[in-house]
Design a protein around this ligand. Structure first.
Ligand SMILES: Nc1nc2c(ncn2[C@@H]2O[C@H](COP(=O)(O)OP(=O)(O)OP(=O)(O)O)[C@@H](O)[C@H]2O)c(=O)[nH]1
Ligand SMILES: C[S@@+](CC[C@H](N)C(=O)[O-])C[C@H]1O[C@@H](n2cnc3c(N)ncnc32)[C@H](O)[C@@H]1O
Ligand code: SF4
Ligand code: SF4
Length: 326
């Protein structure tokens, strides 16, 4: 029902629950004094749930909670539970940096969470600290292990940056082969707060696949036909999965099925678009569900074909990644 001008059906909604974070990743947050939105501007759980109920009537069946860091939002498991109670919603998942996962896992499992993607850029403390400007690798690893033990579907996401990722090939190869957890590398996109992005800093998906194939074992593509943005590969002996999210070198916009709601209640029809609908104003202004549905439809109808980062006229979005919801 949410079909755009290019025939793309939108079933997947990514909701940012906060723009705050307990890490300061170099490719996302500024090192000092991040500009956070006032708490009064952040949607309440009640507002989010109302919005999702409307979105479900339009065909949305997949919600991913993200941020900022979603687990710094108080009582996040309560929201997970409320979303899991919405009939018609097939999947509720979480993308987290994993620092607080071990502390909140029990509550999240009780709330019905079944899928978690954990962002982890390095498997040694020094490189972890270099990427995130904070410590905490051990805690993240404990959270990942506990989530897997609890039966959750776990994936690891890792930023693909030259000078960082190229030194982690052996460690991530060993990790995915030992744990069976898929590791996916996301090409660094021009969404960092500091504005330091440039094409030479991006370690391309094809380069990563070649490095794993040469340094570990040959990788064989896995065909799945799903709408995940990653291209996935398995080592030829069947042990371990590597994926690449090649958003810069090989954009997947033609199969895009997603739109976003920022923590302060703004619709974004594309990661690289600008705000495309003020849902908070509708929610707080007494609008009925039809008006909210109309705003969602209008945002999807206005969606551009792709992100255009390779176009000379490309302009970076004004919000950095932590304020959009990655
Ligand atoms: N350019 C672009 N990048 C995206 C998009 N969706 C996700 N990504 C990137 O891929 C990263 C990983 O996404 P996840 O949060 O793990 O979600 P996912 O890959 O859809 O999750 P799965 O359903 O498990 O495949 C995000 O943080 C973004 O950096 C998108 O629509 N466009
Ligand atoms: C913005 S974070 C939000 C959720 C949570 N804090 C986390 O890190 O998983 C979601 C994802 O966005 C990715 N990300 C952040 N900035 C990025 C950038 N400039 N380019 C590509 N991916 C980026 C991170 O690696 C992370 O996997
Ligand atoms: S990528 Fe996630 S963990 Fe890192 S600073 Fe951004 S929001 Fe925080
Ligand atoms: S850049 Fe925009 S259109 Fe392309 S996949 Fe991401 S959200 Fe979809």
């Amino acid at each position: 029902m949410l079909t755009d001008r290019f025939g793309r059906n939108h079933r997947s909604l990514r909701i940012s629950v906060t723009d705050r974070c307990n890490l300061r990743c170099t490719y996302c947050m500024p090192e000092h004094t991040p500009q956070y939105q006032p708490r009064s501007e952040i949607l309440t759980f009640e507002e989010i749930v109302r919005f999702v109920k409307v979105a479900v009537t339009l065909g949305v069946d997949d919600v991913r909670l993200t941020g900022g860091e979603p687990l710094v939002r108080a009582q996040l498991s309560t929201l997970v539970q409320q979303l899991n109670e919405i009939s018609g919603l097939r999947k509720v998942s979480l993308t987290t940096n994993g620092i607080l996962l071990i502390d909140q896992l029990e509550a999240l499992v009780r709330a019905g969470l079944k899928h978690v993607n954990v962002s982890l850029d390095a498997l040694d403390e020094e490189s972890f600290r270099g990427a995130t400007r904070r410590s905490g690798l051990e805690k993240v690893l404990r959270g990942i292990d506990a989530a897997q033990q609890a039966g959750l579907m776990v994936k690891v996401n890792s930023i693909a940056m030259r000078g960082l990722t190229d030194n982690q090939i052996g460690a991530f190869g060993e990790f995915t082969r030992r744990t069976g957890i898929p590791v996916r590398f996301i090409e660094f996109m021009p969404l960092d707060s500091d504005g330091n992005w440039n094409t030479s800093a991006v370690l391309k998906g094809a380069e990563i696949i070649a490095m794993f194939s040469e340094q570990i074992r040959p990788l064989i593509p896995i065909r799945d036909g799903g709408s995940s943005p990653s291209a996935d590969y398995r080592f030829d002996d069947g042990l371990g999965t590597i994926g690449v999210i090649a958003s810069v070198s090989k954009p997947f916009c033609e199969s895009c099925d997603r739109f976003r709601l920022t923590a302060d209640g703004q619709l974004r029809n594309c990661l690289f678009g600008e705000d495309s609908g003020d849902i908070r104003a509708l929610l707080r202004g007494g609008s009925d569900d039809q008006s909210i549905a109309a705003a969602i439809k209008a945002a999807v109808a206005a969606k551009m074909r792709g992100h255009g980062t390779d176009d000379l006229t490309f302009l970076r979005p004004t919000r950095p990644m932590h304020a959009i919801g990655g």
